[in-house]
Design a binder for this molecule. Structure first.
Ligand code: NAD
Length: 255
């Protein structure tokens, strides 16, 4: 049985989807959850209430991680709650975009990289004084960091820019793991396939469902909880000898 009793855990983008399920899984394991959100104050507060109602500890904190100051603002709030010790950080907040190659704008590109790469990069920098021996970081990457999904072609929408943000984050994970390992800090990625959240609305259409099931060995659509359980394991002592890894959580996609 994995336990995070007495541990503190930050989950970014925890108001919905994979982040919400992860916050609940970590709370069940006994951690005090710092529920980070961007704009969805009501959803975040209702998650805090739910965790507390089940006997857990939780606080909500807000910061826009796409802004240059977002990471430092969030780290400051984390420090005001946990003091000098953060045990678990789950870097989950992210955005995606699927359009034809000709339709990408500079703004799309910059938003994707600001949210998915710059935010996590500086958040780790800012959290570092609170991380120590036994602390760990799990970054939510994606199967698209390593695999091309959808139907390739210039007339078809693709997640090319999003995919490259996830490639960048996996490179960071390896570097962070190497740099922070001597301090006893583990850093890993979890790479989901298609998961039924607001980000993957296409799974709600028959065509989207068919494409998704067509590339998976396991024939159902992945759920946020499928990812959350793996993140909870990666955050626990059960994963003490894993660092610098990227764990696929994708029902056997594109085997
Ligand atoms: P989602 O859209 O439901 O959740 C994303 C979360 O990130 C939201 O809570 C949102 O508020 C937060 N967020 C986005 N931009 C932010 C910002 N600037 N500041 C603060 N918070 C911000 O989608 P999800 O599927 O739960 O995505 C969670 C993570 O999982 C993302 O990193 C995503 O890339 C990754 N992922 C999702 C899938 C999928 O199929 N759903 C697959 C692979 C990876």
């Amino acid at each position: 049985m994995t336990t995070l009793k007495g541990k503190t855990a930050l989950v970014t983008g925890a108001s919905r989807g994979i982040g919400r399920a992860t916050a609940i899984a970590l709370a069940r394991a006994g951690a005090h959850i710092l529920v980070h959100y961007g704009r969805s104050v009501q959803e975040a507060e209702s998650l805090v209430t739910e965790i507390r109602a089940n006997g857990g500890r939780a606080d909500a904190l807000s910061a826009d991680l796409a802004t240059p100051q977002g990471a430092a603002m969030l780290a400051e709030q984390v420090r005001s709650i946990v003091g000098d010790r953060l045990d678990v950080a789950v870097l989950n907040a992210g955005i995606s975009k699927a359009v034809r190659i000709a339709d990408y704008t500079i703004e799309d590109f910059d938003n994707l990289f600001a949210t998915n790469v710059r935010g996590p990069f500086f958040l780790v920098q800012q959290l570092l004084p609170m991380l120590g021996e036994g602390s760990n970081i799990t970054v939510i990457s994606s199967a698209v960091a390593r695999t091309v999904v959808g139907k390739p072609g210039v007339d078809n929408p693709s997640v090319l820019a999003y995919a490259s943000t996830k490639g960048a984050i996996e490179t960071l994970v390896k570097n962070w793991a190497a740099i922070l390992g001597p301090r006893g800090i583990r850093v890993n990625a979890v790479a989901p396939g298609v998961i039924d959240t607001d980000m993957s609305n296409f799974t709600k259409t028959e065509a989207g469902r068919e494409v998704t099931l067509g590339m998976q060995a396991l024939k159902r659509i992945g759920k946020p909880e499928d990812v959350a359980d793996v993140v909870a394991f990666m955050a626990s002592d059960g994963a003490r000898w894993i660092t610098g890894a990227s764990i696929p959580v994708d029902g056997g996609s594109k085997l």
